[in-house]
Design a protein around this ligand. Structure first.
Ligand SMILES: *Cc1c(COP(=O)(O)O)cnc(C)c1O
Length: 466
C-alpha cells in the first residue's frame, strides 16, 4: 500500500514511512493511493471475531507489506489486552434503534487509546527494524497527552516529552500523565497556556539542528496510522447490527474530524453506512459547513466537552481531497485560501455530495447537561459530555429504518463535575484507576522558554540512549 499527500508535492511513502513522517513535507496529509475494498463475503467473514483479530484484519490492507501479518496480529492483541472490558468496544442499547459504542475502556478512559495503544507499538516495531530512536514531543490540554504517554511508556525506541500548561488541566488529566513513572517519559508543566505549549512544540520542530539531533517526531491526530486504527470499531459495530446485509448509521462527537473520517473510510471500503452524523458543541464550524457550506473560522469557545473545543478540524483536509476528486492542486489551493482568509472555498457540487452523507448537529452546554440528565432518567445510562452530544445528535437526526450507533468517546468519570451538575452523582473511576489520587506524581516545572524546554528534552533523550 502506497500513500500520497493531499497536496501532491511530497514523496510517495509506504505505511512505515507515513507512520514515522506524520505530516507530509508539503504541509499535506497522507492518504492511501487507492482504497481497499471488501466484498459482502469478506465482511461476513469478519463477523464474531474477537476485537483484536478483527482489528488486525481490517488494518492489514493499509499496512501492506510494511509489517508481517502475524506481527500486526500480535501488536493488536497487546494493544487491547489492557482494556477494561472483554468486548473491547461494547455496544449498549439505549433505545429500539439507538446504540452507544463505548470506546473508552482503555488505560486513559478516552477513545484516543483505541489508536494510540497501537501507534506506540507500531512505532517501536518499525524503529527497531530500522535500528532508530525517536523523541516524541507534544503539547496537551488534557486527553491526547495522557493517551500518548500510556502508549509510549517503556517502549524501547521512543522517548516522550509532553508539555502541559501548569495548573490548567483537570486533576484527573494531570495525574493520568504525571503518575506514569517510566524512564522514557517526561512531563513538563509550563508556566503558560496551552497555546504557549503548542508554540514551544512548533518552535522545537522549527529548530532544524535540534530537530535532527533529537530525531523529533509527533503522534498527533493527522498521523494516518491513527485514522487506520479507528476503522475497525466501526466495522465491529456494523457487523454486530447486521451489516453487510443491513445498513447502519453512526453519530460521532467531533473535534479534529479524525474519528468520523475513520467512519467515512469504512464506508469507502464498502461497509453499508447510510448516514454519518457529526456532533459539535458551540464550536460549530462543521455544523455550519454541512448546513450551508459556510466553513468560516470563529474564536474557540470553552465548553463542557473540551476535546471538541476546536475550530480548524485538521483531518477535514482528507475528506476535502476526496470531495475535490483527489485533485492535489485544488486541495492545496483551498487550504491556502482557508489559512489566508479563514473561509474554506468548497465548490457547490462537492459540498452537496458531503451534505448528502454527513449531517451536522451542534449542542451548547445547557443542552448537553439536559441530554445527560434525560438519558440517565430514561435508561440509567451515564454519558460523558462528549458522548452525550453524539447521542443527542443521533436522536435529532435519525435515519428511518436504520439503526444508529453513537460513538461514546470518554468515560463519565473523566468529567465528574459536569456529571454531578446534570445528574447529582459523581461516577467513580474504574477499579484499575481507583488509586489515581494516591499515586506518586513526577514532573518538571519550566518557564515558557524554548532553551529551558529543549534542555529538558535533551536530558530525557540522553538518559535513555545511553
Ligand atoms: C479527541 C476527542 C474527541 C474528538 O475526536 P476527533 O477525532 O478529534 O474528532 C471527542 N471526544 C473525546 C472524549 C475526545 O478525546
Amino acid at each position: 500500500m502506497r500513500y500520497v499527500s493531499t497536496r501532491g508535492q511530497a514523496p510517495v511513502r509506504d505505511f512505515s514511512g507515513v507512520l514515522l513522517a506524520g505530516l507530509a513535507e508539503d504541509g499535506g496529509l497522507y492518504v492511501p493511493e487507492t482504497w481497499p475494498s471488501l466484498s459482502h463475503t469478506d465482511w461476513r467473514a469478519l463477523r464474531g471475531l474477537p476485537y483484536p483479530e478483527l482489528a488486525a484484519r481490517v488494518i492489514q490492507p493499509f499496512v501492506g507489506t510494511s509489517i508481517p501479518f502475524a506481527t500486526l496480529q500480535r501488536l493488536c492483541r497487546e494493544s487491547y489486552a489492557g482494556f477494561g472490558h472483554p468486548a473491547t468496544v461494547p455496544l449498549v442499547q439505549l433505545d429500539h434503534d439507538l446504540f452507544a459504542c463505548e470506546l473508552f475502556h482503555g488505560p486513559t478512559l478516552a477513545f484516543k487509546d483505541m489508536a494510540m495503544q497501537l501507534l506506540g507499538r507500531l512505532f517501536d516495531h518499525v524503529l527497531t527494524a530500522q535500528d532508530r530512536r525517536v523523541t516524541i514531543v507534544g503539547a496537551t490540554s488534557g486527553d491526547t497527552g495522557s493517551a500518548a504517554i500510556e502508549a509510549c511508556a517503556n517502549r524501547d525506541r521512543v522517548d516522550i516529552v509532553i508539555l502541559h500548561p501548569q495548573g490548567r488541566t483537570s486533576e484527573v488529566q494531570r495525574r493520568q500523565m504525571t503518575t506514569v513513572l517510566a524512564p522514557n517519559v517526561a512531563n513538563v508543566a509550563v508556566d503558560g497556556t496551552f497555546d504557549d505549549c503548542q508554540d514551544l512544540v512548533k518552535a522545537m520542530f522549527a529548530d532544524a539542528p535540534f530537530r535532527a539531533e533529537l530525531h523529533l517526531s509527533a503522534v498527533n491526530s493527522i498521523n494516518w496510522a491513527r485514522v487506520a486504527a479507528q476503522i475497525p470499531y466501526y466495522v465491529a459495530a456494523a457487523l454486530a447490527l447486521g451489516a453487510p446485509d443491513r445498513d447502519v448509521a453512526f453519530s460521532v462527537p467531533t473535534g479534529n474530524f479524525g474519528n468520523v473520517l475513520a467512519a467515512w473510510a469504512a464506508r469507502r471500503m464498502g461497509l453499508p453506512i447510510a448516514r454519518l452524523v457529526v456532533g459539535s458543541n458551540r464550536n460549530d464550524i462543521l455544523t455550519r459547513f454541512l448546513a450551508s457550506n459556510d466553513m468560516s473560522v470563529r474564536g474557540v469557545e470553552p465548553s463542557l466537552s473540551p476535546s471538541m473545543d476546536i475550530q480548524v478540524s485538521s483531518n477535514f483536509e482528507r475528506l476535502l481531497f476526496e470531495l475535490l476528486d483527489r485533485d492535489p492542486a485544488a486541495t492545496a489551493a483551498a487550504m491556502a485560501e482557508f489559512r489566508a482568509r479563514g473561509q474554506m472555498p468548497v465548490p457547490v457540487p462537492a459540498w452537496q455530495r458531503a451534505a448528502k452523507l454527513f449531517h451536522g448537529f451542534a449542542l451548547d452546554d445547557e443542552g448537553t447537561l439536559a441530554e445527560i440528565r434525560r438519558l440517565h432518567a430514561a435508561t440509567g445510562y451515564l454519558a460523558d459530555p462528549h458522548s452525550a452530544i453524539g447521542i443527542a445528535a443521533a436522536r435529532a437526526l435519525p435515519c428511518p429504518g436504520v439503526p444508529i450507533v453513537a460513538m461514546a468517546t470518554a468515560h463519565p468519570a473523566k468529567f465528574p463535575d459536569a456529571m454531578e451538575r446534570a445528574t447529582g452523582c459523581r461516577p467513580p473511576l474504574p477499579s484499575r484507576l481507583a488509586d489515581l489520587y494516591e499515586r506518586v506524581e513526577r514532573y518538571h516545572r519550566a518557564p515558557n522558554d524554548l532553551a529551558a524546554i529543549e534542555a529538558l528534552v535533551r536530558a530525557t533523550a540522553l538518559r535513555n540512549a545511553a
